[in-house]
Write a protein that binds this ligand. Structure first.
Ligand SMILES: *Cc1c(COP(=O)(O)O)cnc(C)c1O
Length: 376
């Protein structure tokens, strides 16, 4: 059985009449930028998270950049972020003019390790940028404790974690500011690009609102060095439809994660994702780790990936290189204790198919193919 890594056609088919009606509404009104659809979606998203302010922007990378700028973080400042994340996390720090400092990750959860923050601290440190990687909340309570002790801001990268929770509170609302992406693969995906900054701080919200629209405060009055980073009306209308299904889709992802755990949990050579008490993942990705090594020390992950590919089963690696190994970030400061956990994880991780439309039969096919691989 062929199991694609993602299935956008199934996703579109499930919602097509609603999406077409939403797009038609925008065409009928013929307002395309910063109109009623963006306003309505900002309100819905803020309500969903129980947060005061939500500001639609062009994408998740800009959301992080604008949040940092709104907090007055820029040239000369350092921002601690995990070494294992999507490149835009740290590219946004560069775009804000600040310097990303890579910290190592927790070997269990693969999110920023609060115990590894101290070694990254310098007099220039201004903020911590934890990432709720793969939909799993980072340890915000411990990170916030550290941040408060050292008077640092916490900017949450929630691009992979719409609806994830810590003790009943949705991520993005746990620190001063949260940043979301609506890239098509995300748990709430546009049919194009989109992003959102959320905050309970009115001053930060006002600054982001101005920064996303050319730094204007009122028409043709430019008070900040802003960007053109606006969410557009068509995407906002589509996202409104998508948001209405988020809880149902997240529940479906969690059900599929439970199926994988049921079908693969007994294999000693694999480590499956797990949740800490009080932390609710939304399984943006389902990432297993292949613990066995080849004779030369490299992980057997690539062998499993090839085996799955041969059987028509899609998989991917998020991410093959920790960011300090990426050419663009070479030469940046890193944790004095090294980034060994990130480096080992990058060799072991394998993302399996995970989306709400995935059927039980497809999950069984993936699990069967993994069980048939001789290497675990
Ligand atoms: C997708 C993603 C981003 C960037 O979002 P874009 O909308 O693609 O700009 C940032 N951080 C993480 C962790 C992501 O997965």
């Amino acid at each position: 059985m062929n199991v694609p890594f993602n299935d956008f056609q199934a996703q579109v088919a499930a919602l097509r009449p609603h999406i077409e009606a939403a797009v038609a509404r925008v065409l009928d009104r013929a307002i395309f930028i910063l109109g009623p659809e963006v306003e309505a979606f900002e309100r819905s998203f803020a309500e969903y998270l129980s947060v005061e302010h939500a500001i639609g922007v062009a994408n998740g990378t800009d959301a992080i950049q604008l949040a940092l700028t709104a907090l007055d973080i820029g040239p000369g400042d350092e921002v601690i972020c995990p070494a294992l994340t999507a490149a835009p996390t740290a590219l946004a720090v560069l775009a804000a003019g600040a310097t990303p400092v890579f910290a190592d990750i927790d070997p269990e959860t693969l999110t920023l390790d609060p115990a590894r923050l101290q070694e990254c601290l310098t007099p220039r440190t201004k903020a911590i940028l934890p990432v709720h990687l793969y939909g799993q909340p980072a340890d915000i309570p411990a990170i916030t404790n550290f941040a408060n002790e050292h008077r640092l801001a916490v900017v949450e990268d929630c691009a992979q974690a719409h609806g994830a929770q810590i003790n009943g509170h949705k991520v993005g609302t746990l620190g001063p500011v949260g940043c979301f992406s609506f890239y098509p693969t995300k748990n709430v995906g546009a049919f194009g690009d989109g992003g959102m900054v959320v905050t309970n701080n009115r001053a930060v919200a006002t600054r982001v609102r101005s920064l996303r629209d050319l730094g204007q405060q009122g028409r043709f009055n430019h008070v900040l060095p802003g960007l053109n980073s606006r969410l557009d009306e068509v995407q906002a209308a589509i996202l409104q439809v998508k948001l209405a299904h988020l809880d149902e889709h997240n529940a479906a992802r969690r059900e599929r994660a439970a199926w994988y755990a049921e079908l693969l949990g007994d294999l000693p050579g694999l480590r499956l994702p797990s949740e800490r008490p009080g932390f609710t993942s939304v399984y943006h990705l389902y990432v297993i780790r292949v613990l066995q090594r080849e004779a030369n020390g490299s992980a057997r992950r690539d062998s499993l990936r090839n085996h799955l590919r041969g059987l028509g089963i899609g998989s991917d690696v998020h991410y093959p290189l920790p960011l300090h190994r990426q050419p663009v970030f070479a030469g940046l400061p890193t944790a004095s204790g090294g980034l060994g956990v990130s480096e080992a994880a990058a060799q072991e991780i394998l993302s399996l198919p995970m989306y709400p439309q995935l059927t039980r039969e497809q999950v069984e096919a993936v699990a069967g193919a993994i069980r048939a691989w001789p290497g675990h």
